[in-house]
Design a protein around this ligand. Sequence first.
Ligand SMILES: Nc1nc2c(ncn2[C@@H]2O[C@@H]3COP(=O)(O)O[C@H]4[C@@H](O)[C@H](n5cnc6c(=O)[nH]c(N)nc65)O[C@@H]4COP(=O)(O)O[C@H]3[C@H]2O)c(=O)[nH]1
Length: 886
Amino acid sequence: MIERDPHGLPRSQGGFLDASLSVGGHNLGQTLLELRAILENATIGIMFTRNRVVSRANPLCASMWGYEPDELIGLPSAALHPSDEAFAELGREAMPVLAAGRTYRTERPMMRKDGSLFFCRISAKAVDPRYPRQGTIWIMEDVSEDRLIQDALDKSARELAGIFETSPIGITVVRNARVVRCNRRFEQLLGLPPGAAMGLSVERLFARGDEAAALISNTYDELLAQGYQRGEFLLLRSDGSEFWANCSGHVLDPADPAVGTVWLVEDISRQKAAEAQLKRALEQQETIFDNAAVGIMLTHNRTIVRANRRLEEIFGYGPDDLMGRLASVLHPSEEAFGRVRERALGAIRQGETFIIEIPGQCKDGRHIWLRVTGRRTDQERSSLDVIWIFEDITERHLAERALVQARDELEQRVTERTAELATANAQLQGEIFERMQTEQRIWHLAHHDALTGLPNRALLHDRLGQALAQAERKGRRAAVLFLDLDRFKSINDSLGHAVGDELLKQVAQRLGGAVRSVDTVSRLGGDEFVVVLNDMICVDDVVLVAEKIIAALGPPVRVDAHDLRVTPSIGISIYPDDGSDAMQLMKNADTAMYHAKSLGRNNFQFFTASMNDEAIRFFNLENRLRAALDQGELVLHYQPLVDLRQRAVVGMEALVRWNDPEQGMIAPGEFIPVAEETGLILPLGEWVLREAMRQNRVWQEQGYPLLPISVNLSPRQFRQRGLVETIRAILAETGQPARLLELEITEGALMQEVGETLSKLEELAAMGVRLTIDDFGTGYSSLSYLKRFPVHKLKVDQSFTRDLCEDREDAAIAAAIIGLAHSLELDILAEGVETAEQLSMLMGYGCHKFQGYYFSRPLAPSQTDTLFHPSSILEGATDWGLVASP
Ligand SMILES: Nc1nc2c(ncn2[C@@H]2O[C@@H]3COP(=O)(O)O[C@H]4[C@@H](O)[C@H](n5cnc6c(=O)[nH]c(N)nc65)O[C@@H]4COP(=O)(O)O[C@H]3[C@H]2O)c(=O)[nH]1
């Protein structure tokens, strides 16, 4: 076995490795010795491995790994590595290279014996690539220190690169006036794409190209002299726009300026713009200050340090006169200034704006009014700097004072006027109240009957309209009761208006008591009343009310000393059966009322269609009568008035007839009431008067004896104004003496408006006209009046004559009337005498003058034989032996 040294080489002493050993002529021993010397003294580690075990290593290797030289030989190669994985990785990388006979190079961490690591640069090569088992030679170098330096260098280079690339400031390295390096920011500032700045001439970067060269050379000179240079330059972007840049440059190596310079480039366009803006603002502020329309003043601790032109103008000072003076100079007095200052200081010290309106004093002593605004300009300093604004409000102040004065005056006037108005208003209120009361009175008067206080026609229509609307809404009925008091006219005529009025009042009260409060009782006028019954469910209810009314009016009405009996005739129309509107219903109720009257009074009648026909007939009759009057269809018949004692005709009564071409002769009973109601009686009556007088003249001219003619005067005709004049004119016209005219007036007509009647009768009597009371006994006559009236004759109404023989009461009345006439020394005539019995009885009562069919019917004027010589006169005279009497 060959003895080996710690490096794995055969030991020389006592072995084959000595200088004498030679092979093939080479001195092998010498070679080995030289090799050992190399290994032992090499400054790099040399190691041989075979089968992943260290087979030989020089001392440096041992010291590098911290082993004793002997300890390395035979050590597995893996023990030298930090881990088995690191060793395996090296193997994977190195094996292919070594097998290819090439040198494998690497730098890797290795692990010392003590576990510490060091960095090793390695070169390895196979001893014989053909025979891997021959092993591998490894050249090792400890590069840990280099490595640390390099790492530090790399780190700082990375940090610099990071700064370089992320810097918000453009950075460029310039060499020979060209950009040799720059960061992205630098390119962005110039508007260049990445890499485009490289190699650019510095001159190209400047906006003013012509100035660039001089600028650059100056800058460079200073840069080189100081090693540092800073300046603001106007640079040019690639798109032609310009920007201001702050550029600071450093020489990279002052010892060798040729290495170049580094420049930091910052865009200060905004800053420049802000500066320009600030400058402009200051200039503007200055302009405003100088030209402001208000006075502006700056004070420092009460001293005026600045004042604008306007302030000087306001106070009448020259330019800069106020500078350095105390602010009190602008106030009327030191005390006034002190007071203002005291008030202002609190607010101003707290940084608030102080506003006040005060008087100020001009240079010439004149006082003006000012609005002063003050505000502190130095918030932090201990001294007090204040800006004051002065507005001259003298004119406004004066105007305001004038206004206040005017307002005060106005208020005074308003107060006075208000008082006046209040008085006027109170008066007005009073007047309005009075007027309202008057209006209410007027309304009441306009809508109520003055006598009874009942609703009048106008209000009735209103109420009726409401009742109909209500009935329609509820699907009920309403009734209209038209009520007329039978024989009221007679009472009125005979007992006077006062009695009649009182009677109507009491009737009104009784009617009101007979119906419900919701119903309406109204008076149309005269003795006509209308009752409206609301909300009637059936016609039977209406019957009940009508009966209630008749019952209510049943008991006699006490007026003065009279017990008056009035009975109603009631006509009823029902809504909607008898008409859909107020007018129709009223008309139909009226018609029904006439029907009730014609049926004997004191009863009620519902409207029927036949009644309506009757009304229509009445209407037609009126029209026809009017035409008849015009067309001369009226004629007069005459009936003789006989005096049996004289056995002579002592007068004629004119009775009108209507000779209708279609109907023949119509009796006055049919058309006189129509004429009376419509007013046609006035022309008709006048015609009768004229015709009667004319006929009498004709008879006189024919030789017949002079006889008075009796003419009927209807009540309306008698009341007619101008009646006396008309009669006088007719008598004159026909040439008849007044004593040949006898006027027959009914009792009722005479007893109306007694005073007027009396004067009219007296006028007629004075004229010579004779007056007869017709139908005596049917109305109410006051004996005292009878005595006073210039009446000549009474006519016993034919109703008493008719039943004289059968009815003792009628006989008694006839006898009484005849007796009355005698006692009043009035002429007496009984009408309607048809029989000898009647004649006999009447003569027995002392009546000698008669009119009736017994002597003659009314005849046409041509029948003079009968009219002037009624045969019955002689017969009567014979029968009753009157011929012999005187
Ligand atoms: N049953 C019966 N009747 C007899 C008898 N004798 C006479 N008469 C009728 O009795 C009426 C008497 O006239 P009167 O009482 O003035 O009543 C008159 C009078 O009030 C009125 N009248 C007639 N003509 C006129 C006139 O010209 N003017 C006015 N205002 N009224 C007139 O018409 C009434 C009726 O007149 P006439 O139909 O002509 O009726 C007349 C006459 O024809 C008799 O024996 N028996």
